[in-house]
Design a protein around this ligand. Structure first.
Ligand code: HEM
Length: 462
């Protein structure tokens, strides 16, 4: 890759390209003894932090367990990186995710993991590896190194699903297909968003907020534990198939699921393959993301034509491409790099036969952006949760749309009401599908800042 002047030895490895490992542990901690922790941060943790350059080299000398670290606002306070000169100037980060539930339309914190309620979590260590054993041994050596300087508050283990679902999230859809790349990299794939470095990295061109110098090349990490009601999802699809001539009932259910996401389970985009899955397309990274939602020769999408992809589809809600005007998309700054991983076990036979979740599973959601309000928060609030985004009657994002229970911003949907989603039926786009269940339930999370390696060395440690 052309690094365009970026020093990829300075940037933590998960931010731009993800750590790309099958098993991952998120360890959420509080700092109990700041002086002790700062000494260990420099002497013991910093040498273990995996950089973007190391992951790109992908060489055998790379450690078997990759490590990244990020701090919450209260964590930076504990490290004494406070005061106006140190202000990162991100309101959502400063307040903490627990104070953002209204904007995200989480129904309060009733469903939250208790440890996420409050602002006691000072940081998160991310460990990623090929095996659980590697992670466990790195974890126990970290525990003995850090000793009482930290307290472990909560941890979540993620893992890629077993074959044939490797790389697929728990509903069954291939994930990790479309992520933006920086315009200074020159190996973008067709259809991939090319964004200024400053949309993902703080202090780079395109990040127009005043930041302390030390924050350069860091990125805000949004963590969300998103529980998925997996056995309930196919029941909904089976109950409401899209009955088109030539489609079996089962194909009609698959079509409904594909149109809710905007991609078939193989990853093939419904815009490119509207009626049937096309696994060859799903595998082809040069074709599979190469669309804009506009017809050939058009620079802007036709927003009244949802025959090839609903306006409400998850990937169209979260990246509207030519719906907002001619590409390139550099004119909108609402991009983020996703680096999440599934957590929890496969559906058991009992759960499958009762269509009822008994064991928690979902997505350990991670996104990186230089500005939480323009990135994650904007996508969730202004697009996924706003039924009128682009035009009245579109409805919610059927995968992640949450009910706006506090502000009545939902086009009339009142507290506790079912969520309407339109456009899913290609021949009758006005047909309303009402979601009685949230298939994705927020279990909370926190906002973090993943600093550059020089920031760890020179500002945050001793
Ligand atoms: C893409 C599933 C949560 C934003 C996707 C894709 C799937 C998916 C299957 C298509 C594969 C790909 O393009 O990589 C899920 C599930 C979620 C979830 C099951 C929850 C459990 C979220 C959240 C956000 C989000 C909370 C943001 C608020 C995006 C974006 C894309 C995407 C930006 C790429 C769109 C594009 O560039 O075409 N998601 N997602 N997702 N998702 Fe999600």
């Amino acid at each position: 890759a052309n690094t365009g002047g970026l020093n990829l030895n300075d940037v933590q490895g998960d931010i731009l390209i993800g750590m790309r490992k099958p098993v991952e542990l998120f360890l959420f901690f509080g700092i109990s003894n700041a002086t002790d922790f700062k000494v260990k941060l420099k002497g013991e943790i910093l040498p273990l932090v995996t950089t973007t350059a190391q992951i790109l080299r992908d060489d055998t000398s790379a450690p078997s367990t990759l490590l990244n670290i990020a701090f919450s606002n209260t964590g930076l306070v504990a490290l004494n990186a406070t005061g106006e000169a140190n202000n990162l100037n991100d309101t959502a980060f400063a307040a903490g995710q627990v104070n953002d539930v209204k904007n995200l339309s989480d129904p309060g914190t009733v469903n939250w993991v208790p440890q996420f309620v409050g602002t006691n979590i000072h940081g998160v260590i991310l460990l990623a590896s090929d095996t659980e054993d590697n992670i466990n041994s790195t974890l126990s050596s970290l525990q003995s190194t850090l000793g009482d300087s930290i307290s472990e508050i909560y941890s979540l283990r993620g893992a890629m699903r077993p074959p044939p679902n490797k790389g697929h999230e728990h509903f069954g859809f291939l994930d990790g297909i479309s992520n933006p790349t920086l315009d200074v990299f020159q190996d973008s794939k067709p259809g991939q968003a090319l964004v200024p470095a400053g949309e993902i990295l703080v202090g780079q061109p395109g990040d127009n907020v005043t930041r302390p110098d030390w924050a350069k090349d860091g990125s805000f990490l949004v963590f969300r534990q998103l529980k998925q009601l997996v056995p309930e999802f196919p029941k909904f699809l089976a109950d409401s198939p899209i009955l088109e001539p030539g489609l079996s009932q089962e194909q009609g259910s698959d079509l409904l699921g594909a149109r809710m996401v905007g991609r078939w389970k193989s990853g093939a985009a419904v815009f490119l393959s509207p009626m049937f899955d096309d696994p060859d397309l799903g595998r082809d990274y040069n074709r599979n993301n190469n669309f804009t939602f506009a017809d050939p020769g058009q620079t802007k999408s036709n927003l009244t034509d949802q025959s090839k992809c609903p306006l409400s589809a998850h990937i169209r809600k979260t990246r509207p491409r030519a719906d907002l005007g001619p590409l390139p998309e550099n004119s909108t700054n609402h991009h983020m790099v996703r680096a999440g991983i599934p957590y929890g076990p496969e559906v058991t036979t009992d759960e499958a036969s009762s269509n009822t979740t008994e064991i928690e599973r979902g997505l350990a959601f991670v996104s990186y952006q230089s500005n939480i309000m323009n990135g994650f928060q904007f996508l969730q609030q202004a697009w996924a949760n706003t039924p009128t985004f682009r035009q009245p009657g579109v409805g919610f994002d059927p995968i992640i749309g949450m009910l706006c229970f506090v502000f009545n911003r939902c086009g009339g949907a009142a507290a506790g009401a079912d969520r309407p989603v339109n456009g899913l039926d290609p021949t009758d786009p006005a047909r309303n599908f009402t979601l009685h269940t949230d298939f994705v339930v927020s279990r909370g999370g926190e906002y973090f800042f993943a600093p550059s390696l020089p920031a760890i060395a020179n500002t945050l440690s001793l």
